[in-house]
Write a protein that binds this ligand. Structure first.
Ligand code: URP
Ligand code: ZN
Ligand code: ZN
Length: 476
């Protein structure tokens, strides 16, 4: 299955690459294909797709006084299990640190530890003369995109003047600007006012992060993109009004793009409000604290988001994988939702969760591949090597069994006891507990090496290599 169609075929791999895609029954220099090769993987009745590309992960991200609980080792292994063969993680320039130093540190964290291939975007945590001067040099490092934050004042935040200057550099160089589009200063006031009224539980995180402030920031980013001529990629879009802004800009001929995440397609603010457990009481809702937040189901965001995936108003689905354990991380925000580390862990489940959109008739099989692999490859300058099953491409391949089944479980309880079902991310809970998936990742091949065999992980840390990315293939 590719983004453009489906066909019955044999795929011939040679070393780390795809050598040929052949009609069934083809011979190789006159010999029967199966008899001429070392290994045959029988994918009869299954889908053979290009490996998933998750273009938005945060392994080990320092955030909220702690760090995301998946290391490059545990997170990329879980990704492999779930049919993802490439991640693009965010190297962090912390405020006060040089961009080059932040990037070098990120290479140290990842090198030799990854189960699958990985690239980096650069988070620019402080836009000043030094970081602006460092941006063009990222391209030679294989990093063709950088992210700024209109949210989180005092942490990563960039104001409009800083965004303008960075976008001017992007327009000159071909770097792709990624934006966290939420009006942070307004949200912080709303959050403070809620806390003052005693509204401290996790649910109010979503109340404070009002959709109006996602729409507003998205619009502002779009206008700065228009003014500077820099293409724009808005990350983790959750509000339907933000989608409408993107659609409007695209209809106006602007080169802007949007990404959403599984949580914004399936989960709602009401799920978070209603969440309660023996262990955590109403703090249970902290499992779903992420930014942008889950949106109310009464406002139709989730329905609109699926539609946007069909109409191409939204072009990609990434996870924004940023896991924090309940036990000693999320609990930092007990009594004050502002201190709950933001993030959900889904890197293992994206391919399965998006396949459910095929099962339920929301998207086609081809669109599933396009949203999860082919467009990410093109958007972030990897297409040809990644995102496609074609001669010369890296042999990153998933055999997906539509007749299989996957239960998404909890992992471990806060007291450390197993729950019976498991996932492989380094988290003590799952935002997707109880999800039953029609479909199963059977075999995962990463650059020619089988790393998941019939659902069992058989790879090793260090299998994954850094991917030097080119410029976005969506540049005009
Ligand atoms: O809640 C989230 N999204 N955490 C990760 C940081 C970010 O803004 O992407
Ligand atoms: Zn963000
Ligand atoms: Zn993120």
């Amino acid at each position: 299955v590719s983004a453009t169609g489906r066909t019955a075929a044999d795929v011939l791999l040679d070393g780390e690459s795809i050598a040929a895609v052949l009609a069934p029954g083809s011979t190789l220099l006159g010999h029967d294909l199966a008899a001429s090769v070392d290994t045959v993987i029988d994918a009869t009745g299954k889908y053979v797709i290009p490996g998933g590309i998750d273009a938005h992960t945060h392994m080990q991200l320092p955030f909220g006084g702690t760090s995301a609980s998946d290391t490059f080792e545990t997170g990329t292994r879980a990704a492999a299990w779930g049919g993802t063969t490439t991640i693009v993680d965010f190297a962090v320039q912390r405020t006060g640190e040089r961009v080059q130093d932040g990037l070098a540190h990120w290479h140290e964290l990842a090198a030799g530890n990854c189960a699958i291939d990985y690239g980096f975007h650069q988070i620019v945590g402080g836009v000043d003369a030094d970081s602006l001067a460092a941006l063009p040099g990222l391209i030679d490092e294989g990093i063709s995109s950088f992210k700024m934050f209109m949210a989180y004042p005092g942490v990563f935040y960039a104001d409009d003047a800083q965004i303008l200057r960075a976008m001017q550099v992007a327009a000159d160089t071909g770097l792709l600007t990624m934006m966290h589009a939420e009006n942070g200063p307004v949200i912080d006031v709303l959050a403070e006012q809620l806390i003052e009224k005693g509204k401290t539980s996790p649910y109010f995180h979503g109340v404070a992060r009002a959709w109006q402030m996602e729409e507003e920031a998205t619009h502002r980013a779009i206008m700065l993109s228009h003014l500077t001529g820099a293409p724009l990629y808005v990350v983790h879009v959750s509000a339907k009004q933000a989608v409408e802004q993107l659609a409007w800009a695209r209809d106006n001929g602007q080169n802007v793009f949007g990404e959403t995440c599984p949580q914004y397609l399936y989960l709602s603010l009401e799920d978070q409000l209603g969440a309660s457990s023996e262990e955590w009481g109403d703090f249970e809702g902290a499992k779903w604290v992420c930014s942008t937040p889950l949106r109310s189901k009464h406002e139709g965001h989730q329905h609109h988001m699926w539609q946007a995936l069909r109409t191409n108003d939204i072009q990609m689905v990434s996870t924004d994988h940023c896991p924090f354990c309940m036990k000693d991380q999320k609990t930092l925000g007990q009594g004050d939702f502002r201190a709950i580390p933001n993030g959900i862990g889904s890197v293992e489940h994206r391919m399965d969760l998006m396949y459910q959109g095929v099962v339920t008739g929301q998207i086609t099989l081809e669109r599933w591949v396009e949203l999860t692999s082919t467009t990410p490859a093109r958007m972030f300058g990897m297409y040809g090597k990644k995102g496609v099953i074609a001669p010369g491409a890296d042999a990153d391949i998933v055999v997906y069994d539509p007749a299989g089944h996957t239960s998404i479980g909890l992992g471990t309880r806060p007291d450390g006891s197993p729950t019976g079902r498991s996932h492989h991310m380094n988290m003590d809970h799952s935002a997707w507990e109880g999800y039953e998936i029609d479909g199963h990742v059977d075999t995962v091949i990463s650059r020619g090496k089988v790393v998941v065999d019939d659902g069992a992980y058989v790879g090793a840390p260090g299998d994954g290599r850094f991917v030097k990315r080119g410029l976005s293939q969506y540049l005009i």
